[in-house]
Design a protein around this ligand. Structure first.
Ligand code: GDP
Length: 432
């Protein structure tokens, strides 16, 4: 999600402007000269585009102490932003401080939109044209308090944002796509046959969806699912279709086409390298994951003991996967499949509001800051969720993070927000 930073001297009305942009009356703390405010990110939307607005404290270059701290905040906001809103007071005009600020903004080479705030009437609006002299291009006269000019400003912000990513969330609500994968003989066909009694014709048209002829629409737990590439499973007569290489390509393609994968393992046999390869295909593709331990009817106490050890050892890197112990043959726990798929998909599409995410993050980094390395400890400034399916997060930092610390943040993020059955991705954007 693109970031818009709001920068300007104290008292020019930044908080009011942020309130105007996020479209609600929220307790954004008023601008008081010399008072440090934290960078607070807010979610905003305009014409269907979502972005994050980061409010900064006031800003007095060259002044000492508190003001310097505020300036540092603003600089930080600027380097982490995709677009900067530079706010000046239209009633005051440009000041020395504003001009010093412009120099810094130029150095940042970020797109800057000049906002002439407090343009409550046409007369002040006319005055605002003198702000061309700042060299930031056209000033946008706005009355953050009354809303005057804010539509034009928001249009300008959208125009300056980087290209919109594809919106995945508004997908048509057809059946969810599931890949049922696993090495030969783990019981894929048997499990499919469990549902096949209730199978519906592939030509069955569900509004807005196309079903590939190799797919099947199947009822599982009273819900219709699109099982991706079941053709291979059906046609097989006792032996694997094609070479192992071909089979693995087909597995990879099915996973790519799916939203959630069920990886079937044979509980009566050790977890093999081939099982691991298939699991890796799923984790690398970023799909939601349910691991089904099939043939559970064959698991006795002895096997159970070794299986638990194998799970500890072999599945350690994917503790978040949902695990089921089932038997395609006896039907044991087969009814748990649909709830598991739904849970994994819900995690996969979870979006955490930016404010909530940052509240949690602030507490986390306060309690456990990044360890000091070579006399320095990078700080995490704030985070945004960049997308879903799977959840992707961007951490804005003052420098690269230790791999260990990044894993710690991921673990804590999972503890807080769940994500059972879904991978999550975290990327770090150190300030340049
Ligand atoms: P696929 O190659 O993954 O499609 O596996 P199949 O469905 O063809 O099953 C391979 C063999 O395992 C067959 O002999 C099945 O009868 C047997 N099988 C499948 N599921 C189970 C199960 O839950 N328990 C037991 N005991 N055998 C199973």
């Amino acid at each position: 999600q693109p970031v818009v930073a709001v920068v300007g001297r104290p008292n020019v009305g930044k908080s009011t402007l942020v309130n105007r942009i996020i479209g609600r009356r929220q307790a954004v703390v008023e601008d008081v000269p010399g008072v440090t405010r934290d960078r607070v990110p807010y979610d905003a939307q305009w014409n269907g585009r979502a972005f994050t607005v980061v409010d900064t404290g006031g800003w007095e270059p060259d002044a000492k102490d508190r003001a310097a701290a505020i300036a540092a905040q603003a600089e930080t906001a600027v380097v982490t932003a995709d677009v900067v809103l530079f706010v000046v007071d239209a009633m005051v005009g440009s000041t020395d401080v504003d001009e010093a600020a412009v120099k810094m903004l130029r150095r940042s080479a970020k797109p800057v939109i000049l906002v002439a705030n407090k343009a409550d009437n046409t007369a002040i609006e006319m005055e605002a044209t003198s702000l061309w002299s700042l060299g930031l291009g056209e000033p946008f006269p706005v009355s953050a308090l009354h809303g005057r000019g804010s539509g034009d400003l928001l249009d300008a912000i959208l125009a300056a944002l980087p290209e919109a990513p594809a919106i995945v969330e508004n997908r048509p609500r057809g059946p969810r796509r599931v890949a049922l994968v696993g090495r030969p003989n783990v019981g894929k066909s048997s499990l499919l046959n469990r549902f096949s009694g209730e199978e519906r014709a592939v030509v069955d048209s569900v509004a807005g969806t196309t079903v590939d002829p190799v797919d099947s629409l199947v009822e599982i737990g009273g819900q219709t699912w699109q099982l991706v590439d079941t053709a291979g499973l059906r046609k097989r007569v006792g032996k694997a279709s094609g070479t192992e290489y071909y089979a693995s390509l087909r597995t990879a393609a099915a996973i790519e086409a799916a939203e959630v994968a069920v990886v079937l393992l044979d509980s009566s046999e050790p977890i093999s390298e081939q099982d691991q390869r298939i699991l890796s295909m799923v984790t690398e593709s970023g799909r939601a994951l349910v691991i089904a331990f099939n043939k559970w009817d064959l698991v006795d106490a002895d096997r159970r003991y070794y299986l638990d050890k194998e799970i500890d050892r072999e599945l350690r890197r994917i503790p978040w996967a949902i695990r089921l112990n089932l038997s395609a043959m006896t039907g044991r726990a087969v009814d748990k499949l649909a709830p598991a798929l739904n849970k994994a998909l819900a995690s996969w599409e979870t979006r955490v509001p930016t404010a909530q995410l940052n509240q949690w993050l602030t507490a986390l980094v306060q309690a456990t800051p990044h360890p000091v390395r070579g006399g320095r400890a990078p700080r995490i400034l704030f985070a945004t969720q960049a997308g879903v399916a799977p959840p992707r997060f961007v951490l804005f930092t003052t420098g690269p993070l230790d791999a260990g610390y990044q894993r710690f943040v991921e673990r804590k993020l999972r503890e807080e927000f769940g994500y059972e059955g879904s991978p999550i991705e975290i990327s770090v954007r150190p300030r340049k």
